[in-house]
Each structure stands twice: as C-alpha cells, then as structure tokens.
Write a protein that binds this ligand. Structure first.
Ligand code: KG4
Ligand code: ZN
Length: 332
C-alpha cells in the first residue's frame, strides 16, 4: 500500500510517499527564514508560503519516490492541531487529490504523528511505551498501549518546551528558532556551573510541566547584568537547558515507573537536541528504560510521519471523508 502524506500545520510544507514504515520520498520546505525577523511564526506568511510551494513540493515528492500517482492508495493529511489557515491549504490539496485519484483520505493528528516518527527508523520499537512529545507547540507525556490507543499522563500548563527555547533565545537576542542556537551556545559554555535557574516540578507526583518560570528567571537574571558578553550568554544558555531538560528527563522516567514501562519514545522538534538525547539515554539506562528518538530529519515537521501513521490508522479501520476540515485545537 502506498500513502501520500501532506503536512502544512505550521511553517513547513511537506509531502511524502510512504509504504508502511518505509519512506519512499519525503520533501520538506520551510518558511522559517521569512519569520526570523518577527521572532516567531507569522500565520499569514506561513499560509501564503504553503500556497506558493505545495504543488512544487508535491511534484518533487512523487518524482523522487519513483512511483506514479496511479500507485497511490491513500492520502493522509494533518488536520490539527496547528494554524487554521496553514492546515486548510494541506487539507484542500489532499481533498482534491483524494477526489481526483479516487482514493480515500484520512486526517492525522500532528502530535501523534510526531510521537510515531521514531517508527520510521527504529524498526524494533514495540508497545506499550511512554511517549514524550516535545515540540514548539506541545509538551506532553503519554502512555501508549497501541497505535491510536494512548492516554495523556501529563502536559505543560503554560509554555511548550520549544516555545520556551524560542522565547529565551529572543530575549537573549539570539534569533529564531531558538532551539538549535541555544543548544550550540550552551555547548560553548566554559563555566557550566556558574548559573543555576529554578526547576519547576508542580508538586512531587505531578507529571505536568511548566516552563514559563525558567524563562522568567532568565529574563530577571539578564535584567541585572549590566554588560552581557558572549561568554555569559553561553553560560545562561547552558543553565536554561540544564534546568528545563532535567525536569523533562526526571518526569519522563517518573512516568515510566508509574505505568511500569521499560521504553520511552520521543518525538517533536526538541527531540533533535543532543543534550536531551544524552541525558535521557543515560538516565534511562541507569533505570532500565530504553529511549528511542527519531532521526534528525524526522524530528522537525515532515509529511512522512503523517503518511505512515495515517496508513496504520487506516488499516485499523479509521476513516475520514471529504468533509474533513481543519481542527486548530485538535486534542489527542
Ligand atoms: O516539532 P516542530 O518542528 O514544530 C511544532 O510542531 O511545534 O518543533 C519546532 C520547535 C521550535 O520551538 C524549535 O526551537 C525547537 O523545536 N527545536 C529545538 C532544537 N531544534 C528545534 N529545541 C531544542 N534543541 C534543538 N536542537
Ligand atoms: Zn510539529
């Protein structure tokens, strides 16, 4: 079975051809460079970019897959959560394809697609596991029993972790998106224990998160510094990462103990962070938990994760139709 996947929930335009967990092609283009000067995604700019590029991305994805449109059996598209205008472009494109090719369409939840992106390369992941989604819009822990059968164990009460990275980067004057820049600057820190920011646990047994406190702590710290030099910024980046990621890792392992899971599957843009990878792999190993991460190219928004999950859900009986529409606040 061959599935054509489409992703346009935020600032990446993606189209893929997948067959089960095998990726035949995965083309992504991003409007991130157009949002840089605003310090965050501007929805109208993202939507216009999708309109401009989706047909080209689609043609390249079909060509690179070595398949033809006649080989496509299913169209899978992100229908939420995300920016409403951006989602609608992918959905409209998907509906026209489904109608003209005479193949079914299925709407896919973007957060779940991130969660299952590790499946594209980690062929031996098996259920049950604790899922950790860490993206620009979401931070949540799930107990995953089977594909499409999961329950939320905890989630952020304010900022998502990626959002905290982006906001801290903005207040340090480092630019957008913040994750990769903060990671790089933190790795250049020469005094790793110089600064320490508070970690927010929201109670001893809580699996919920809060990242707005550490962000405000960085703001107050910087307000007191008269002339911040580049070395100090590196140390601040390190301390911010350390405080945020330690909580993330501790709570993830707490979730594993709670549901007696021995596997953690991570997804979302922040899963690209090497400090998070190292901390979770090390702490996991010490407590008998194996951590799985997506390959770097599947951490950020892409259509392959959408197509692959869509096909799996379709094979389990899930269906959408041409009334499918954007659900900007879609929940898991
Ligand atoms: O999953 P994603 O592409 O989009 C959403 O669905 O939100 O994630 C984007 C987020 C941004 O906030 C970006 O700063 C963060 O992922 N990010 C990182 C890294 N690379 C991207 N955060 C920390 N470390 C990274 N290396
Ligand atoms: Zn995403």
């Amino acid at each position: 079975m061959i599935t054509l996947g489409i992703e346009t929930s935020c600032d990446e335009t993606g189209v893929s051809l997948t067959s089960g967990r095998t990726v035949l092609s995965n083309v992504v283009t991003s409007s991130v460079h157009l949002h840089k000067k605003y310090g965050g995604v501007v929805p109208e700019i993202a939507s216009r970019y999708h309109v401009e590029y989706i047909a080209e991305v689609f043609s390249r994805a079909v060509k690179l897959s070595g398949k033809g449109l006649k080989d496509v059996d299913l169209v899978a598209v992100t229908n939420g959560p995300g920016l409403v205008g951006a989602l609608l472009i992918g959905i409209s494109f998907a509906k026209s394809l489904s109608y003209s090719l005479g193949v079914p369409i299925i709407g896919v939840n973007h957060i779940l697609a991130h969660l299952y992106s590790s499946f594209l390369t980690e062929k031996d992941v098996s259920f049950p596991f604790v899922g950790l989604v860490v993206s620009g819009g979401h931070t949540a822990l799930f107990y995953c029993k089977d594909v499409g059968d999961q329950k939320v164990l905890g989630q952020t009460q304010d900022d998502a972790i990626g959002e905290a990275y982006d906001k801290v980067s903005k207040l340090l004057g480092l630019g957008y998106p913040g994750g990769p820049i903060i990671e790089k600057r933190a790795s250049q820190s020469s005094q790793k224990n110089k600064i320490s920011f508070p970690k927010s646990y929201l109670g001893k047994d809580s699996l919920d998160f809060s990242f707005s406190g550490v962000k405000t702590a960085v703001l107050y710290y910087m307000q007191k510094v008269k002339k911040p030099d580049s070395r100090l910024i590196n140390d601040v980046c390190y301390a911010f990462q350390d405080a945020s990621l330690n909580v993330l890792v501790e709570k993830t392992l707490m979730a594993c103990r709670k549901v007696k899971a021995s596997k953690v599957v991570v997804g979302g843009g922040v899963a690209a962070n090497s400090m998070l990878r190292r901390k979770l792999l090390e702490a996991g190993e010490a407590s008998g938990v194996k951590a799985y991460f997506p390959e770097f190219r599947y951490c950020m928004d892409n259509a392959a994760m959408v197509g692959s999950l869509g096909e799996e859900l379709y094979n389990r009986g899930c269906r959408s139709d041409l009334y499918l529409t954007a659900s900007p606040n879609l929940e898991v």
